[in-house]
Design a binder for this molecule. Structure first.
Ligand code: OSB
Ligand code: MG
Length: 369
């Protein structure tokens, strides 16, 4: 693919409502939209997912910028790429920095699909024409607020509700939620807020018929999670712990989880996400596509990935309107009865809303290849 130019749009958007996890509250999202342009003027788009502070992973907006500019773009200058599956190999000399890599790799996948004039979903081998989605609800000021918020999204049709938990906002809260919503598919996400000392406490969740508990223990652990899964009925799902196909394989072999949350940025791009998908399909491990409060471009990539068959559980890619007053894509992502219709146009299948993107952009850097 003859890549001629790369543009890094630095963007800042305000969330409709603050999002609170066991680590703190986010009110805005800063990220990059990468635009990769070929010799014919085709444009592929990617979105970075790292946050401004390294609470979820070690990467940040600033480390993404540094690594993309100083290491990854130079590697794209030195190498030619025929197929997006080669990008990870080209980036191999750079350890980790998966979210930085994924930002460029995603744009190259979009460009590839546009050049072939096929939807990104098809380019990835996906077959679904619609995908089921759930919603992730941050920690609320009161249980009543939480119940009202859940009620709102259940009425909107979301297929499952994910509730953020932390010590002091967990078993009692979920028990109350289960009482109010006896039949709703519910899961909990701890973002690494517990240790094995909490094992008896966490085991109380087994009475609540949860779909899963996501990342209860340390962000870098797969050993203690195996101990917990052994002791607990509720399926353990890993998020933060899985950075690669190898991590997924080892976690599954150890019995550290029964489910995996696949985030494209966390695993270094769509090619690695596909490898994890294929492995989990072979092993019969259910997976779903996680979210990083993405704007439209990242959301479109998540939707395309979710069309692969082993994404058997609803993901976190909710509607644009759940996050943003005005998204940067046209049309925006909409959810009807808990379902997103997969776009059929080439590439990510949504147009960039240039005016909206511009209104959120604080800086644009251009690199000629
Ligand atoms: O742990 O999945 C997570 C949001 C930010 C950082 C981490 C997580 C989340 C979510 C929400 O749960 C995902 C989304 O709605 O995009
Ligand atoms: Mg999570």
């Amino acid at each position: 693919m003859p890549i001629k130019q790369i543009k890094l749009h630095k963007v800042k958007m305000k969330l409709n409502s603050p999002f609170t996890t066991s680590f703190g509250t986010m009110e805005t999202k800063e990220f990059f939209i990468t635009e990769i342009i070929d010799d014919k003027g085709n444009r592929g788009f990617g979105e970075s997912v790292a946050f401004t502070s390294p609470w979820y992973s070690e990467e940040t907006v600033k480390t993404n910028e540094h690594v993309i500019e100083d290491f990854l773009i130079p590697l794209l200058k030195e190498n030619t790429i025929e197929h997006p599956d080669e990008v990870l190999e080209v980036f191999k000399s750079i350890r980790r920095h998966n979210m930085a890599k994924s930002t460029l790799e995603g744009a190259i996948w979009d460009l590839y699909a546009k050049r072939k004039e096929i939807p990104l979903a098809e380019a990835l081998g996906g077959t679904k024409s619609e995908i089921d989605v759930g919603i992730s609800i941050g920690i609320q000021p009161t249980v009543e607020d939480l119940i009202n918020t859940i009620d709102h999204y259940v009425k909107e049709g979301y297929k499952r509700i994910k509730i953020k938990i932390k010590p002091g906002w967990d078993v009692d809260v979920l028990r109350e939620v289960r009482k109010q919503f006896p039949d709703t598919p519910i899961m909990a996400d701890a973002n690494s807020a517990y240790t094995l000392n909490d094992i008896d406490h966490l085991k109380q969740l087994d009475d609540l018929n949860l779909m899963m508990i996501e990342q209860p223990l340390a962000h870098d652990d797969i050993i203690d999670h195996a101990t917990l899964q052994e002791a607990m009925e509720t399926p353990v799902c890993l998020d933060e712990s899985i950075h690669s196909f190898e991590d997924a394989r080892k976690a599954v072999e150890l019995g550290s989880c029964k489910i995996i949350n696949v985030k494209i940025g966390r695993v270094g791009g769509l090619t690695e996400a596909k490898r994890i998908h294929d492995y989990c399909k072979e092993k019969g491990i259910d997976i779903w596509c996680g979210g990083m409060l993405e704007a439209g471009v990242g959301r479109a990539h998540n939707i395309a990935l979710t069309t692969l068959t082993q994404f058997t559980l609803p993901g976190d890619t909710a509607s644009s309107a759940r996050y943003w007053k005005q998204d940067i894509i046209d049309p925006e992502v909409t959810v009807t009865d808990g379902v997103i219709k997969v776009p059929t146009k080439p590439g990510i299948g949504y147009e960039i809303n240039e005016e909206a993107l511009k209104s959120y952009t604080t800086e644009v850097k251009t690199f000629d290849l």
